[in-house]
Design a protein around this ligand. Structure first.
Ligand code: F6P
Length: 366
């Protein structure tokens, strides 16, 4: 090994180009290096903080009706600029764009599709908190005809078909965590040299954990199996779990998943009835799917509560799904609670706060 460790390029050349499998056509390593270049540029921007001139809200609303931050738009442009020219992509989908981004005619089209969330957890920007970027790579199906509609439908494929997925976490250090289907590996940005260096090889999520993360302010909208699980954790050693749990909530999926990859835990943004029209909060193509790929590759588990997330067939580019992921034994338990409930075999969890005479009755039927 050369001084300075295994860089991302060396890792990718070794893993993909010198050891190609039928699903890993040439070019994937070059594409991932362009994605890494986007991440380095974003990292440099974010490090400037308020001095970068990109703080605050833009005057625009994204495709989900959320107010965009200036940095949401700037980081989206960084991804587009780094990845559109290389002749490896047929299209891109982003949280910040309603439609598929077609590769400009000036550049050749390639055989991959890139979906990304350029700045996950962007509400943390104003407080100098941890944020991230998430990405997912699919191959264009063989024989795909040109045209916008065809490219749209090419993105609507279950997560198990991903050929690569990853995220960047912009914390005290910037890390890139990726999987190309042979485990989940973490690289730390050496800012002085400008290289991502392999620091966390073959990450494994512990099967058991004493930590869970959920936005507890939504409790009254949760389904009974989730309320049951969380209540049991809160009951700690005096309840049926007979041990204490700790709760975390950073409001940035990247930061939560990173913690889980580093030391285990469960992250939940479950189905709830706050906005009945929405199945969940997190987006399937560029949040739930790539994170589930990384978690499974690290020995963890990821489910909607009722279905493995990597098996979910997307129906729309910006579709949302419930997400429950992390340490295998806990996620299995939560999935079992959903199954018990659906079969009517679960004694629904009733809290004294939610009984008939309570002021805190759930606002929608469950
Ligand atoms: O885009 C989604 C996201 O920012 C996630 O990164 C995070 O887990 C979640 O939303 C935070 O949601 P809430 O605002 O309910 O805490």
């Amino acid at each position: 090994m050369l001084d300075g460790g295994t860089t991302l390029s060396k890792f990718l050349i070794d893993t993909l180009d010198r050891n190609p499998s039928p699903v890993q056509a040439s070019g994937l390593s070059a594409l991932l290096i362009d994605v890494a270049a986007s991440i380095k540029t974003i990292s440099a921007q974010l490090t400037k903080g308020a001095l970068g001139g990109n703080y605050g809200s833009a005057t625009t609303i994204n495709t989900h009706g959320e107010e965009q931050k200036k940095l949401d738009i700037a980081t989206n442009d960084i991804f587009l600029q780094h990845c559109e020219w290389d002749g490896l992509l047929a299209g891109m989908v982003s949280e910040e764009m309603e439609d598929v981004y077609a590769i400009p005619p000036a550049y050749p089209r390639g055989e991959y599709l890139l979906a990304f969330d350029p700045l996950d957890g962007s509400s943390n920007i104003d407080i100098n908190g941890v944020v991230g970027s998430i990405f997912s790579v699919l191959r264009v199906p063989a024989g795909l005809k040109a045209g916008a509609a065809a490219i749209d439908s090419a993105f609507l494929r279950p997560g198990y078909e991903q050929v690569a997925a990853g995220y960047a976490v912009y914390g005290p250090s910037t890390m890139l965590v990726i999987s190309v289907g042979n485990g989940t590996h973490g690289f730390t940005l050496d800012r002085e040299v400008g290289n991502f260096v392999l620091t966390h090889s073959d990450i494994r999520i512990p099967e058991d954990t004493g930590e869970f993360a959920i936005n507890a302010s939504n409790e009254r909208f949760w389904e009974p199996p989730v309320r049951r699980y969380v209540q049991e954790c809160k009951d700690g050693r005096s309840g049926c779990r007979e041990r204490d749990f700790n709760m975390r909530w950073i409001a940035s999926m990247v930061a939560e998943v990173h913690r889980i990859l580093m030391r285990g835990g469960v992250f939940m943004y479950p189905r709830d009835f706050k906005t009945p029209a929405m199945q969940g909060r997190l987006r399937l193509l560029y949040e739930a799917s790539p994170m589930s790929f990384l978690v499974e590759q690290a020995g963890g588990m990821s489910t909607t509560g009722r279905e493995r997330i990597l098996d979910v067939q997307p129906r729309a580019l910006h579709e949302r799904v419930p997400v429950i992921l992390g340490s295998k034994n806990e996620v299995e338990r939560i999935a079992r609670y959903h199954a018990d409930y659906d079969r009517g075999e679960d004694k629904p969890y009733t809290s004294p706060l939610f009984n008939k005479r309570s002021l805190f009755l759930p606002e929608a039927p469950v």
